[in-house]
Design a protein around this ligand. Structure first.
Ligand code: NAP
Length: 304
């Protein structure tokens, strides 16, 4: 069902990777999104010129209530991604669960009608105390919010500024060998611009409301095959060595003393299961064919 007279769409986490690509698209589509970021000056550097930029911190209800005035729908892209360490114990829970509850409360107080949530493919309850549990509860908070909601849950993303391919390109510069995490774990990479098309469509209609939709591109690759593609794109071939998950977990725990460790325990939770869905998830749900990662990296490199 199409929405007749929607007010502005607010992007929470607008300075992040997904948020800024979505902001650019909505701006190009003439929708003038409200861009909410906890550090507006930093976000301004990556957002389109003239963006309607407001300050909003997930843990500060007053800032969110002010930023959401007059907004009709929210796209919630603010989170701590699984490659980042917690700055203090419990930060994942605080941001994902308490922060999302604060956002939902502010949205209800401002009569926002809908929320489109960015979550990860295969988000599940997970073990108590795990990163995954906080992402599941983030979803639960939105599902039980009383607002109209839809959650988009992609596999790993690629395209201009994507963190995952960039991290492994960096490792190929720094290390003589490439660690192959998690044996045969499979991924189904999705192009950021295709995700943004799905998000824009989810903003424009209520037809998917009440669903958490797993998304992936047209190819499923093992992590090892993904590393090959990244190394081909950088022109730096390194021998690959298997890094079994139990050893990787020990390494991640040891590295947690570093300020920005290259490996964190939360990342390894994503290797506990195949990060894939149906190959036709995008065409079946959104009616278009997404771009493949092989073709993209061959023609555009890592940042295209
Ligand atoms: N990238 C992927 O491959 C991928 C794949 C599947 C799902 N996702 C999901 O998509 C969403 C967006 O990911 P992303 O790649 O765009 O990550 P990102 O670039 O790290 O962006 C996350 C944003 O959240 C903001 N944020 C974090 N804590 C906040 C807080 N307390 N208050 C307000 N804002 C806060 C960050 O602000 P600062 O810039 O100030 O830190 C940043 O702008 C996440 O839920 C992620 O798990 C991403």
């Amino acid at each position: 069902m199409s929405r007749n007279s929607p007010g502005p769409i607010a992007i929470v986490g607008a300075g992040g990777f997904v948020g800024r690509h979505l902001a650019a698209r909505l701006q190009r589509d003439g929708l003038a999104p409200r861009c909410i970021a906890r550090d507006p000056a930093r976000a301004a550097a990556v957002l389109p010129a003239g963006a309607d930029l407001r300050a909003g911190e997930l843990l500060d209800g007053a800032s969110l209530a002010a930023a959401l005035e007059g907004v009709d729908a929210i796209v919630h892209c603010a989170a701590i991604t699984a490659d980042r360490k917690e700055r203090y114990p419990g930060e994942y829970r605080r941001v994902h669960v308490d922060g999302t509850r604060t956002l939902v409360d502010a949205a209800r107080a401002r009569s926002v009608s809908r929320i489109v949530l960015m979550n990860g493919l295969g988000t599940r309850p997970g073990k108590a105390g795990s990163y995954m549990r906080t992402r599941w509860e983030m979803g639960e908070t939105v599902r039980q919010s009383g607002l109209g909601w839809v959650a988009l849950q992609p596999s790993v993303l690629f395209g201009d500024g994507a963190a995952f391919p960039a991290a492994f390109a960096r490792l190929s510069r720094q290390l003589p060998v490439m660690p192959v995490l998690g044996g045969g774990t499979r991924l189904q990479p999705l192009w950021i611009e295709d995700l943004v098309t799905c998000l824009a469509m989810a903003c424009a209609t209520t037809r998917w409301d009440g669903r958490a939709i797993d998304l992936g591109g047209p190819e499923q690759l093992t992590f090892s095959e993904m590393l090959d593609l990244i190394m081909d794109a950088t022109g730096r071939r390194r021998p690959k060595v298997p890094l079994p998950l139990p050893i990787a977990r020990v390494q991640a725990r040891l590295m947690s003393v570093l300020p920005n460790p290259p490996l964190v325990p939360a990342t390894l939770e994503l290797f506990d299961f195949d990060n894939v869905t149906e190959l036709d998830a995008v065409p079946r749900n959104f009616g278009f064919q997404p771009r493949g990662v092989r073709e993209h990296l061959r023609e555009h490199g890592l940042d295209g």
